[in-house]
Design a protein around this ligand. Structure first.
Ligand SMILES: NC(=O)c1ccc[n+]([C@@H]2O[C@H](COP(=O)([O-])OP(=O)(O)OC[C@H]3O[C@@H](n4cnc5c(N)ncnc54)[C@H](OP(=O)(O)O)[C@@H]3O)[C@@H](O)[C@H]2O)c1
Length: 162
């Protein structure tokens, strides 16, 4: 089971100059609530934009740089190896696995995702990094929550095809 979590605006914008284009603490709190105690997989740029390992989560970071090092994260040079390791840890710990971005990492794992956690930020912001268009017709809506600045929708992949 592989989950993806992302916040995007009405144009699918997710980032600007390696930062979030908005400052919405309620969305950060929701991200924390959903991903706590899980395994999170991210790209090196997202890791550097967060600036530290996410607490209470096992942090996997993807980079092609063989010299990249941080003592509190697990570093992978290949997404398939990161996924294999995460799945084997999941078997032992029952932790969820979240793909948390950025764009290149979302794109790589999209075909494998069973569950989306989308925060649809209200409005159109300025930025340079976008979430790809996706087809959710094979997913059902398990939950929605409306917040002041965004709408959260939880999609789960249908397991039966009639
Ligand atoms: N709105 C949201 O929910 C959200 C969530 C996350 C991120 N973001 C935003 O997204 C933006 C960053 O996205 P991004 O696409 O530019 O960067 P990214 O996906 O975070 O990181 C890209 C880096 O990951 C590594 N990488 C990518 N593919 C790899 C592969 N096949 N094997 C090994 N390493 C690989 C490379 O690191 P090296 O260059 O070190 O080799 C690459 O430069 C930022 O603006 C951030 O704020 C938004």
């Amino acid at each position: 089971m592989l989950s993806l979590i992302v916040a995007m605006d009405e144009n699918n914008l997710i980032g600007n100059n390696n930062c979030m284009p908005w400052d919405i603490p309620e969305d950060l709190n929701l991200f924390k609530e959903i991903t706590s105690n899980s395994i999170v997989i991210m790209g090196r740029k997202t890791f550097q934009s967060i600036g530290r390992p996410l607490p209470n989560r096992i942090n996997f970071v993807l980079t092609k740089d063989k010299n990249f090092f941080h003592k509190d994260i697990q570093i992978f040079n290949c997404p398939d190896n990161a996924l294999k390791k995460a799945l084997s840890l999941q078997k032992i710990t029952n932790k969820k696995i979240f793909i948390i971005g950025g764009k290149t990492i979302y794109e790589y794992f999209l075909p494998l995702i069973n569950e989306f956690h989308f925060s649809y930020i209200k409005g159109k912001f300025f930025g340079d990094t976008f979430f790809p268009e996706i087809n959710t017709s094979n997913f059902y809506i398990a939950n929605t929550r409306e917040f002041k600045d965004f709408i959260y929708i939880h999609y789960i992949k249908n397991t039966c095809n009639f």
